[in-house]
Ligand binder design. Structure first.
Ligand code: BTX
Length: 342
């Protein structure tokens, strides 16, 4: 009923809706309506009340489960959302519910992660109220060897979503970083449970820096990380007196879920070629001189990616190598000699 109260107010945003009509529509007393309005105010909805005119919704919070659901255009992804003010890691929670057999597409979102994770046990900084920290449970009909294609598809989806939601153009650094102004804007962590021939479930974790200002990053991240807001604030085109406003994270999430669902449908229909072509389109890695960081380190040109998403690097001595996963630094992008953790 609280959600229905919100629905009624949202359908007439900036207009007064009388307490009487609300109580009629919802079939509850006016005192109950008042109680729901009070709860909604506590959740960040700005609602003005007048004893004569009723209630007027004037602004909505930028992130909660209702705002993600409102106007979501997907069929599977994000149809069920678990929203937390604080959690250790959305990937951990998604894993717990995946084991219990949650629906495909179930999505976990948090305001802050206290132990946000990157790959290989690295930390993912997930400060409160600034970013998108989300995990989606997927159950694709693919074998475990195809998991890399999910990461590549997710990167394409995020790039498209950011462009559609904000107009900002980003690029993909192989395999899983979204880059803006030469810095890391988003990271993707794909974890799976699989048997030899079959994937049971995949947890797709996506972290996007949205409304961070420089000081929201630690000293060590400042030179390698950026946010959508920092990009806008740095853009020369921004009229000087114009104060940049925060992006609405729920809108970006809806776009990510929508674009991801398009890619997911392609994966399930075996359209890997299309995904790889799209990935190449947004790649900032291909054609560049890269340094492969790992057991054996070498420099070469990133020439292409394989069907499975491995990076093909032609070394200076002409030998071609396939890089399965791990680190590369792009010399031109990240600056000569500067090690860029991917
Ligand atoms: P990664 O291993 O490629 O990147 C981790 C590295 O990125 C860190 O070692 C650090 O150098 C840098 N880094 C840490 N935090 C940030 C940040 N906020 N912005 C830019 N760079 C950063 C990338 O791993 C995968 C990250 C996935 C995060 C999502 S958030 C939702 C889900 N839950 C969870 O615990 N992880 C995923």
């Amino acid at each position: 009923l609280k959600n229905r109260t919100l629905q009624e107010l949202r359908s007439k945003i900036y207009e007064y809706v009388s307490g009487e009509s609300l109580s009629e529509h919802l079939g509850v007393s006016r005192t109950s309506v008042w109680k729901y309005v009070k709860e909604l105010k506590g959740e960040g909805y700005a609602i003005e009340s007048s004893s004569k005119k009723g209630y007027k919704l004037v602004s909505v919070p930028d992130l909660n489960a209702y705002e993600i659901a409102h106007g979501l255009k997907t069929e599977i992804l994000g149809r069920k959302v678990f929203f937390f003010n604080s959690i250790d890691s959305t990937n951990n929670y998604a894993k717990t519910i995946a084991i219990k057999g949650c629906d495909e597409g179930t999505t976990v979102v948090a305001e802050v992660q206290t132990s946000g994770r990157g790959r290989l046990g690295r930390e993912w900084s997930s400060v409160s109220g600034k970013g998108i920290w989300m995990s989606i449970v997927l159950k694709p009909v693919i074998g475990p060897e195809s998991i890399q294609i999910i990461t590549l598809a997710a990167a394409v989806a995020v790039v498209k979503a950011i462009k559609n939601a904000t107009g900002i153009e980003t690029g993909i650094k192989w395999p899983n970083d979204i880059i803006l102004d030469g810095k890391k804007l988003c990271g993707i962590l794909t974890e799976m449970s699989a048997e030899i021939e079959r994937v049971n479930y995949i947890i797709l974790g996506i972290g996007i820096n949205v409304n961070h200002e420089g000081d929201d990053f630690s000293q060590s991240l400042k030179h390698i990380a950026t946010s959508l807001k920092m990009h806008i604030n740095n853009t020369d085109n921004l009229v000087k007196e114009q104060k940049s406003v925060d992006f609405r994270r729920s809108e970006i999430i809806k776009c990510v879920l929508f674009e991801l669902e398009q890619m997911y449908n392609k994966i399930n229909s075996g359209m890997n070629d299309v995904i790889l072509d799209e990935w190449k389109n947004y790649s900032v890695t291909l054609g560049k001189e890269v340094k492969v960081i790992g057991k054996s380190e070498y420099i070469g040109i990133a020439e292409n990616i394989t069907q499975e998403g491995r990076l093909i690097v032609r070394r200076i001595d002409g030998v071609k190598e396939e890089v399965l996963s791990g680190e590369i630094s792009i010399r031109e992008l990240m600056g000569e000699g500067k090690k860029a953790e991917s």
